[in-house]
Design a protein around this ligand. Structure first.
Ligand code: NAD
Length: 497
């Protein structure tokens, strides 16, 4: 029998076992008989080691010129490009999503590396006049110190890279704690960093549970910043843990995103968007289109085409290039989806497609579930309010544009939204009125690009943004600098009248 590979933590530039020697396993969601690897079930002692390593590396790294830091990041992008196929295949094996999507996941890490590498020679501050003569004023970005990153399983390389890359270019050192369902992709990312030659201690990886590593990391006084992506429930706890000593915290959390299909929409295009948004990544995206709000004039026709396409989706192992939808990431995720299907039935929604786990043939050993559509859903039903994080889409009828907006905004989340219409005035009204951090016109709710700010409002986020220029604001402190070359005491607000 093939031996299960054993992976380690990465601390001070070396791959090391957890001090306790305990491990947890990671299985292939498409065939749960296959073990992907054994990973350290780390303890607070391991975390302590990583914090000390990151602290020791902080000053030399902060003093390394930003263009030099960025050069390493650029070379990381090049290495990831060379390894893209391998890393994508390993990600499909550990996470389940199809190869095209895992290649896209690695590509996001490449994109953010290339994009942010340029910031090493920019990171612009302001130079500005002083109100006093012979005085110079400017602002500069300063690193913050040791950063702690806690990440989910659905984008196992993209999300860690969105945090790591800008943080590193800004001159911070870091510790990554990946989700226990998908640690291999983080190991791969960190191994690539190791080969590029980041100085020891700048990048550290500690595997383990939220309880053993996540919570202590959010309370550790040596960790100056936390960036968390995951569920709103856990994000609330992270926020509370960071509050007592005012630790800087960035939260990217759940979503309940809607596509609006107006009566003048290109229906085929809207169906394409609903299929991709609802069932891409098996619905396990924070930006998944889990609600489709359809104008009553086209409701019947849209539903007919949408259910036909959902029923025809090829579900299977993501490594097979023919597969269009993979499994859920875990048995517990599948159970949670089944519970929501029961809730939807109980609430009186009409099951229009799917509704069951798949137990037949080659798929029996995986955590597969049918693409599922509920029709005639009422906006207040739980399936229309709560994040399901699986291949379940609710279709809701609406009588006009205003009602569609009201339904779309009537949830506690505010991540992504989309409208399909050919009316340019209505498209711009939707851009203005949809209460989300990301908005699409004639495209689905998913498909963010790394040079624009990514994140949500309401219970999706806490006001910060990932990626784009905005990431720099989170990963650096502003310092205002005044240089007085008048040779005398000059008092602002007093001597300028
Ligand atoms: P999760 O909240 O269960 O776990 C996220 C991470 O937090 C994991 O690494 C986990 O080990 C850790 N963790 C768990 N409990 C913790 C605690 N008490 N303190 C500190 N860390 C803890 O989320 P998940 O199931 O891995 O991911 C799915 C969720 O992530 C969904 O809600 C989804 O919407 C969200 N998500 C959001 C975005 C976004 O950008 N808004 C992107 C991807 C996923």
């Amino acid at each position: 029998m093939k031996k299960t590979p054993r992976y380690r933590n990465y601390i001070r530039g070396c791959w090391v076992d957890s001090e306790g020697g305990e491990v947890f396993e990671n299985r292939n969601p498409a065939d749960s008989r296959e073990r992907i690897g054994l990973f350290p079930q780390s303890t607070t002692k391991d975390l302590e080691e990583a914090v000390q390593a990151a602290q020791a590396a902080a000053l030399p790294w902060a003093r390394t010129p930003a263009p030099k830091r960025a050069e390493l990041v650029f070379r990381l992008g090049e290495l990831l490009l060379r390894r893209k196929k391998k890393f994508a295949a390993e990600m499909t094996r550990e996470m389940g999503k199809i190869l095209k999507e895992t290649e896209g996941d690695v590509q996001e890490a490449i994109d953010i590396s290339y994009y942010t590498a340029g910031e090493g020679r920019r990171m612009f501050g302001q130079t500005t006049p002083s109100e006093l003569p012979n005085k110079f004023a400017m602002s500069v970005r300063m690193p913050i110190g040791v950063c702690g990153f806690i990440t989910p399983w659905n984008f196992p390389m993209a999300i860690p890279s969105w945090k790591m890359i800008p943080a590193l270019v800004c001159g911070n050192t870091m510790i990554l704690k990946p989700a226990t369902d998908t640690p291999l992709s983080s190991v791969n990312l960190v191994q690539a960093c190791h080969e590029i030659g980041f100085p020891p201690g700048v990048i550290n990886l500690v595997c383990g549970s939220g309880k053993n590593i996540g919570i202590p990391m959010t309370k550790h006084p040596g960790v100056k910043l936390i960036s968390f992506t995951g569920s709103t429930e856990v994000g609330r706890e992270v926020s509370r843990n960071c509050a007592p000593d005012f630790r800087r915290v960035h939260l990217e959390m759940g979503g309940k995103n809607a596509i609006l299909v107006m009566e003048d929409a290109n229906l085929d295009l809207a169906v394409d968007g609903a299929i991709w948004g609802g069932f891409g990544t098996t619905g396990q995206r924070c930006t998944a289109a889990s609600r489709v709000v359809v104008h009553k004039k086209v409701y019947g026709e849209f539903l007919k085409r949408f259910t036909a396409r959902a029923n025809a989706l090829r579900v299977g192992n993501g490594l097979d290039p023919e597969t269009e939808m993979g499994p859920l990431v875990s048995e517990s995720q599948r159970t949670s989806v089944e519970q929501y299907v029961e809730i939807g039935r109980g609430e009186g929604a009409r099951l229009a497609a799917g509704g069951r786990r798949i137990t037949a043939g080659a798929l029996a050993a995986g955590w597969f579930h049918q693409p599922t559509i509920f029709a005639d859903v009422h906006p207040q039903m739980r399936i229309a309010q709560e994040e399901i994080f699986g291949p379940v889409v609710s279709v809701l009828p609406c009588k006009n544009f205003e009602e569609a907006i009201e339904i779309a905004n009537g949830v506690s989340y505010g991540l992504s939204s989309a409208i399909y219409t050919r009316d340019v005035d209505r498209a711009f009204r939707a851009i203005r009125d949809l209460a989300t951090g990301i908005c699409y016109v004639n495209a689905s709710t998913i498909g963010a690009e790394v040079h624009l700010p990514f994140g949500g409002i309401k219970q999706t986020g806490n006001g910060h943004r990932e990626a784009g220029q905005q990431a720099l604001d989170f990963f650096s402190e502003w310092k205002a600098v005044y240089v007085d070359f008048s040779g005398k005491l000059q008092r602002a607000q007093i001597d300028n009248n």
